[in-house]
Design a protein around this ligand. Structure first.
Ligand code: SF4
Length: 66
């Protein structure tokens, strides 16, 4: 799993931080992804945080097993 943040969209609502404080933080007016490749125990919260972003600034790429 890999998280990408589009800082051009982020409006610092901090919903992602509220949902997953171990994964996201705010730095100034933008999200900071603390764990771009979240450990397994943080992945559910990371997904929840991305879903709750009102401007869809967070994209989660799932790794594809080949
Ligand atoms: S919820 Fe979205 S807009 Fe708000 S801080 Fe997180 S990424 Fe930025």
């Amino acid at each position: 799993m890999h998280i990408k943040a589009d800082l051009g969209k982020c409006l610092a609502y901090a919903n992602c931080v509220a949902a997953a404080p171990d994964v996201y933080d705010l730095e100034g007016s933008f999200v900071k992804v603390l764990e771009p490749n979240p450990s397994p125990e943080h992945q559910a919260a990371a997904r929840r945080g991305a879903r709750q972003c009102p401007v869809k600034a967070l994209t989660i790429e799932e790794e594809t097993v080949k």
